[in-house]
Design a protein around this ligand. Sequence first.
Ligand code: NAP
Length: 258
Amino acid sequence: MSTLNPPIRDWPSQRVWIIGASTGIGKSLAEALLARGARVAVSARRADVLEQAFSAHTNALRLPLDLTDVDAVARGLDQVVSAWAAVDLVIIMAGTYSSIRAWELTAELVRETMQVNVYGVMNASALLTQHFLKQRTGHLSIVSSVAGYRGLPKALVYGPSKAAMINFAETLYIDLSEKGIGVSVVNPGFVRTPLTAGNKFNMPHLIEPEEAASQMIAGYERGEFEIHFPKAFTRQLKLLRLLPYRWYFKLIKKSTGL
Ligand SMILES: NC(=O)c1ccc[n+]([C@@H]2O[C@H](COP(=O)([O-])OP(=O)(O)OC[C@H]3O[C@@H](n4cnc5c(N)ncnc54)[C@H](OP(=O)(O)O)[C@@H]3O)[C@@H](O)[C@H]2O)c1
């Protein structure tokens, strides 16, 4: 069976830009790709944290920027292209999460979350799509979440933002794959990172960021459209997607104790 995306295997020839790389999954992924010989550019808002994260990797190109600042992302892209002549894979990893329930919802939280997880990702994708079309090659990878599969407790704004990004990536794929541009969506389960550090609930099938990074690399190597992990967890959630609401709500409430 043919793969949905051109498989990426020859890492030493790859020029990769990770937006959201100073901590968590992005940092582990950058380290794993550097170890495989890829050229890697790393971005995040806090320049000092980014610098510290890659102090042992002088070859990583540091580009501190805010994903929500379209002009800064455009400047970042220019810097990557002037350093390497082209870019092969861009991973939009940056995201924000707040664990809230219905009665804690505020307009400010909606704005903060959507600004990064939706507008930031879509605006950067617009720039990157134009660039990849001009280049006639490239791969855009959007990190979403299994929280986008269906409504889940404590993912009140986060879940919808990630559901939107799954749909967005699917639609980008439909338009861009025929033009030779790769598009993938990454849906992790729970990963131990600063993003989930504040969670007070049990996180089933929690994995380390290094494991998440190696699952992502394996997904790119297999040319997958949806890269999801850990499979023991994501397959259960995929099955839950098929249930009628009456059963789904009952099961979710029972399994989360809410
Ligand atoms: N951890 C999980 O269990 C899990 C599960 C499913 C999906 N995900 C998704 O995976 C992605 C990475 O999450 P993580 O757990 O690795 O989180 P993390 O450790 O908090 O890392 C987020 C990274 O993105 C950067 N960032 C955040 N907002 C940014 C912005 N506006 N512009 C540029 N960079 C920004 C952060 O640095 P600065 O703060 O310095 O900018 C940091 O480098 C997120 O999209 C998240 O939703 C995570």
